[in-house]
Write a protein that binds this ligand. Sequence first.
Ligand SMILES: Nc1ncnc2c1ncn2[C@@H]1O[C@H](COP(=O)(O)OP(=O)(O)OP(=O)(O)O)[C@@H](O)[C@H]1O
Length: 243
Amino acid sequence: MLTMSHINWTLPTGETILKNVDLTAPMGKLTVVTGPNGGGKTSLAKLAAGLEKPTSGRILLAGEDITDLDITQRAQKGIAYAFQQPVRFKGLTVRDLLELAAGGTLEEPRLCEILGQVGLCARDYMDREVSASLSGGEIKRIEIASVLARQGIRVAIFDEPEAGIDLWSFSGLIDVFQEMKGQTSEALLIISHQERILEIADKIVVIADGEVRMDGPRDRVLPELLEGEVASQCPRKEVFCRE
Ligand SMILES: Nc1ncnc2c1ncn2[C@@H]1O[C@H](COP(=O)(O)OP(=O)(O)OP(=O)(O)O)[C@@H](O)[C@H]1O
């Protein structure tokens, strides 16, 4: 289980992005974090992955305090993170990237399996450079594939996996997430606005204005979420910068 307790994150400018956030992502379950744009979801994912450090609060992995570990040390502990906006690596092929993620050579059948899970034909992609020549949807799928290629994952974090992915490939991805969440040794944490991902969640956490607004099993939270609106606390006149 990944446990984040009393997490506060304040920028050097003094702006507080996350306020006393508690989140648990249990093993064998899919936890989906959702909420309005700018609410703090990616910030929370970055803190979980070790890309940023909380100002206060603790992060535990299966009871071990990992708050002070950086992203590399957390990756060694089994935390895998797929970026909202993946990084491109000129000079590195898709095969190189997946082998780096897997920690060793990948035979073609395994490459085909991993790339097939994200809807890409291995033959067409494995020798391509992970550069600007790939489309937004292609790079996003390769980023997701790099998490699927990893061994010994204890927490897999995907930030808006739906972004830029076509409907056909997205259906395949839903199957991949369904399969992953059945693995009892792994906690799955997905940041998403997509109803189809919310529908397969075991638990849903709603974050708005840096605070947890709802947290509970999908059957309780999803109907409330679809009926109501999680409004931003910013008054309308401020949104439009008028009196
Ligand atoms: N490094 C940073 N410097 C300045 N502001 C930041 C930084 N990181 C996050 N923010 C701000 O914190 C707020 C939360 O951002 P975050 O990316 O976590 O939101 P989000 O819920 O993931 O949004 P979206 O749904 O649009 O992806 C935003 O107002 C964002 O501009």
